[in-house]
Design a protein around this ligand. Structure first.
Ligand code: ZN
Length: 288
């Protein structure tokens, strides 16, 4: 199965093992992934809290492509900046968002990365339809390299953020001229009101997704349990099987016929002692 984690690219060297090659910068993500027991993964190309250029030099990009290949790690996803808001009615934020996304898809091409993941953002008064129009037209302004696919991620749906309902995801796919695909985040789906805490709930939810969006448009799954109840719109991730989705629901997601071919990317907490390695192992245990 394809399972990995959202991995940091920071630091100049991550191994105390002198025999390890001097992985640096973005290639650190590959080494870390191997340490977690992962075989695919996700990165930020730069700090996600600021507007910043990914600034990837040619040598670094070549190293990343070569080592991903050698180590058999992939596909990779670049998660775009949290500041990006494709739904916004504000011109300046829209321009910055389009510019940032263009840099992400260009960085992905350079690194040989297949996917760039983005949240639709908040419509902040433009309304659902207006927000979806804004998002689609912003995406249509991108010059997306042929080797790269933009993934629209499902959202927890707080405030005026779009992407919580499958209809929003379908709405953007319908409106945009780009070849977009979808990334479903299990914690976000649950927060947005899709009760995937039981095998039956997962079955119903996947069926609904297939009806509204189409399973053939699903490219990736962010595999996170949730610290908050279903329908609360609160986005806080928990370790696999330890949150309110729980073991039954997570197990059903990990094994569902329509989902199990997708890369599963963990965005589980990193500050409370349980590592990505623990979660990768848990997922493998739950896989049948
Ligand atoms: Zn996510």
């Amino acid at each position: 199965m394809l399972i990995g984690a959202h991995t940091s690219i920071s630091g100049s060297r991550v191994s105390s093992d002198e025999a390890a090659p001097p992985y640096n910068n973005i290639s650190n993500a590959i080494f870390r992934q191997k340490q977690f027991g992962g075989n695919c993964g996700q990165i930020f190309s730069h700090s996600p809290q600021v507007w910043q250029d990914p600034n990837i030099d040619d040598d670094e990009a070549e190293k990343f492509r070569e080592r991903s290949d050698q180590q058999g790690v992939g596909p990779w996803v670049i998660h775009s900046s949290y500041l990006v808001n494709l739904c916004t009615p504000k011109d300046d934020l829209r321009e910055k968002s389009i510019d940032s996304m263009q840099k992400e898809v260009d960085a992905a091409e350079k690194l040989g990365i297949e996917y760039v993941n983005v949240h639709l953002g908040a419509h902040t008064g433009a309304g659902v339809e207006g927000g979806l129009d804004n998002a689609a037209s912003a995406l249509d302004e991108l010059d997306i390299p042929e080797s790269v696919t933009v993934l629209i991620e499902s959202d927890a749906g707080s405030g005026t953020k779009l992407g919580g309902q499958f209809e929003h995801l379908a709405g953007v796919l319908d409106r945009s001229e780009q070849d977009l695909e979808i990334c479903l985040d299990t914690a976000h789906m649950f927060a947005a009101g899709y009760d995937i805490s039981t095998a039956e709930g997962v079955e119903d939810t996947v069926e609904e997704f297939d009806d509204v969006v189409g399973l053939d448009n699903l490219a990736c799954i962010h595999l996170n349990d949730s610290k908050h109840e279903c329908g609360t719109n609160k986005d806080e991730h928990a370790h696999v099987g330890e949150g309110l989705i729980g073991e039954e629901g997570m197990k059903a997601v990990i094994n569902h016929e329509g989902l199990r071919g997708c890369p599963y990317v963990l965005e589980t907490p990193t500050e409370d002692g349980k590592s990505f390695a623990w979660n990768v192992e848990r997922v493998r245990e739950l896989r049948e």
